[in-house]
Ligand binder design. Structure first.
Ligand code: ZN
Length: 301
């Protein structure tokens, strides 16, 4: 067949597939909004292989963005970092893990103690070992020993995983999950990819410092707790952008505070710049104003 004819027939036969492919391979829209990203709800939950034995799992949060779980499959079983927001959702996660490996789920690292990551934990195996910071243990009223230092290493059978407390950020008990050999860092809610800085229980300035520490680590792939799992290069760029968003929000609220505005009025006048288009900005903006006010006024202990 003439090359031109061949090309023509290939093109017409698979033009739909090619178009879909070009949407994906052209510059990926940077957003936490599945629809804007060109993804249908029916594509979730989904398991994403990050590297050998390390997987990300994205399912829908009631607010419309994704909630991410990381799981690591070692010779001795599976380690989960963060769960999902209901028993049904966490059961789906366990079902997805069972499709990857018959090994039991033995460890659970509490990256975030918030309900949208922990409210399904009742369906986890009863004898699971929790790795949890002191603050999150108290928050969850969890009947398991808290970490005694800032780092705890777990050998899941040939793969080393470290739970790292790098300071207070989104919850106050935030743990980062580091795979030193694979150079992967699951950041849970310390990194909310393209989601407006959610500060209901945050420590705004300390959060910025925790991201500084993460950026200095030997990491190739940063994985967020909400929003999409990105390729390595984009993930780093987006983490830097996330820190920029935090700084911008803190700076804007400081400006409004200096004007002497009460928090409600400041929330109305806030100019979030490019971050006003981030996911949940409308809902989270006023919450961030109140939290940064608390920090400025020394009410955040
Ligand atoms: Zn969350």
């Amino acid at each position: 067949m003439h090359l031109k004819t061949l090309l023509k027939s290939v093109l017409s036969a698979s033009s739909v597939a090619l178009m879909a492919f070009s949407v994906l391979s052209a510059a990926q829209v940077r957003t936490a909004d599945p629809e804007k990203r060109g993804l249908a709800r029916s594509e979730f939950p989904r398991t994403i292989k990050i590297t050998d034995n390390v997987y990300g799992y994205e399912d829908f949060h009631s607010a419309g963005m994704t909630t991410v779980t990381l799981f690591v499959v070692g010779a001795d079983g599976v380690l989960i970092a963060d769960g999902q927001g209901s028993p049904a959702a966490t059961q789906k996660l366990l079902d997805a893990i069972a499709k990857v490996t018959p090994k039991p789920v033995n460890w659970y690292i509490v990256g975030s103690d918030h309900g949208d990551h922990t409210a399904g934990n009742a369906v986890l195996p009863k004898d699971i070992t929790y790795i949890v910071s002191k603050a999150s243990k108290a928050q969850m009223k969890l009947d398991a020993p808290a970490m005694t230092g800032d780092t705890q290493a777990i050998n899941v059978g040939g793969i080393e995983v470290q739970a790292i407390y790098a300071g207070r950020a989104h919850t106050g008990g935030d743990l980062l999950v580091y795979l030193p050999k694979q150079k992967i860092l699951f950041m849970s809610e310390v990194y909310l990819n393209r989601v407006f800085p959610a500060m209901r229980s945050a420590y705004p300035t300390e959060w910025v410092s925790v991201i500084d520490k993460a950026l200095k680590m030997d990491v190739e792939r940063f994985v967020p707790g909400h929003g999409f799992i990105e390729e390595a290069k984009v993930a780093r760029e987006e983490l830097v952008e996330y820190q920029r968003a935090l700084r911008a929000v803190i700076a804007e609220v400081n400006r409004l505070h200096k004007l002497g505005l009460p928090a409600d009025e400041a929330a109305k006048q806030a100019n979030w710049g490019p971050y006003k288009d981030w996911f949940l900005a409308e809902q989270q903006g006023p919450i961030a104003v109140r939290k940064v006010y608390e920090e400025i006024e020394g009410k955040l202990k």
